[in-house]
Design a binder for this molecule. Structure first.
Ligand code: TXA
Ligand code: MG
Length: 342
């Protein structure tokens, strides 16, 4: 299959979106930017389109897809909504949050991985919204990477993983946030975080009576065979290089990597620390402690490690508070839980 590639924001966006919407309605697949990561979209109501998504990614068919809408109340067509959902929607949608709700029969089992619930997300990215509007149907979209690889934050990453496998790639530039949405399930007025993201536990407490973080978020081994969110049990975000987390403070981390940098070693580090580090490959996330910049660049840096042919990537273990929980969660999974304490 020839994959069409269009750069957005230059000219002819209206025609590009009309064509992309038509592809989705006809059962094809279009990769598109969102504020979090790039998505691989198909008609959520179309069983065959969902099957194509799983095939293009090489994703296990029991790992459900997120359904994207432009307005929170669009979810009523295929899910059973409630007051808590609307409180969350008023505060955080459009934005980087996904809410799991009981599904209606019209939403096919293939899209929800056989579950009787459906994940709803209302993205804020204008191009994502234009595509959903042009398609006229809710769009099922996982991250547009090969299953197991770091999620794509640029259209070039999507092209590297999906060229020849999908109908179209829409290039809307680099994603603002850089990690996927916060996924929550609801139990009455309480929320459970199944995947942390830019909408933090602290922020959710503004609208929910209680917010807990699923144990598997910080310890993937606890996900078991039937986790609350199927994605928890699969290998994820892993570059070819071995990612290893070092559980130390900032100064000790620099000392550690300087005495363990034989071979093709890469280090993820802050701009201020880069000149103190002697590793062959330095992957700079931003200014020290800038969590937003770190989130934005994390997946790009993991892909860079492979481009640099690094065989090991040292990373300081992040904290589990605020937005850093999202970093922690992605990193322990990309490291397959390899954590060392020097
Ligand atoms: O930011 C995002 O959420 C991106 C963009 C494209 O919107 N999408 C994304 O999709 O990250 P994906 O498929 O890579 O991750 C979806 C996660 C998986 O871990 C999946 O198991 C979980 O959400 N999930 C989806 N539906 C679910 C459901 N009904 N119950 C529990 N977990 C669900
Ligand atoms: Mg994904």
């Amino acid at each position: 299959m020839k994959t069409e590639y269009h750069v957005l924001g230059v000219a002819h966006d209206a025609e590009i979106f009309a064509h992309a919407g038509e592809i989705i309605r006809c059962g094809g697949l279009v990769a598109f930017p969102t504020e979090t990561v790039y998505g691989l979209g198909g008609n959520a109501y179309d069983t065959d389109a969902s099957k194509k998504i799983f095939a293009a990614k090489g994703r296990p068919s029991d790992n459900p897809l997120i359904v994207h809408v432009t307005s929170p109340d669009d979810a009523e067509k295929f899910a059973y909504v409630n007051d808590v959902y609307y409180s969350i929607a008023r505060r955080f949608m459009p934005g980087a949050i996904t809410v799991i709700l009981p599904k209606r029969d019209c939403m096919p089992d293939t899209t929800t991985g056989g579950l009787d619930s459906v994940a709803v997300r209302c993205p804020s990215n204008v191009y994502a919204r234009a595509l959903i509007d042009a398609a006229g149907v809710p769009i099922a979209a996982p991250s547009a990477n090969k299953s197991g690889a770091p999620s794509p934050t640029t259209a070039a990453h999507v092209l590297a993983d999906m060229d020849g496998k999908i109908d179209m790639i829409l290039d809307g530039g680099a994603c603002d946030i850089g990690v996927e949405s916060t996924v929550i399930s609801l139990d009455g007025t309480s929320a459970v975080i199944l995947r942390p993201g830019a909408v933090t536990r602290e922020m959710l407490l503004e609208v929910c009576d209680s917010v807990t973080v699923s144990d598997a978020v910080t310890n993937p081994a606890l996900a078991g065979d039937k986790p609350q969110s199927p994605g928890m049990k699969y290998k994820h975000y892993a570059p070819i290089a071995d990612v290893v987390l070092v559980d130390t403070g900032r100064g000790e981390f620099i000392d550690f990597v300087n005495s363990h940098s034989d071979g093709k070693v890469a280090v993820i580090c802050a701009e201020e620390d880069a000149r103190l580090i002697y590793a062959p490959v330095k992957l700079i996330y931003g200014a020290v402690g800038d969590e937003d910049e770190y989130l934005k660049h994390l997946f790009y840096l993991l892909r860079r490690a492979d481009e640099e042919k690094a065989d090991k990537v040292w990373v300081q273990l992040p904290s589990t508070s605020g937005k850093s929980l999202a970093l922690y969660n992605r990193l322990i999974r990309s490291a397959a839980c390899r954590i060392i304490k020097p």
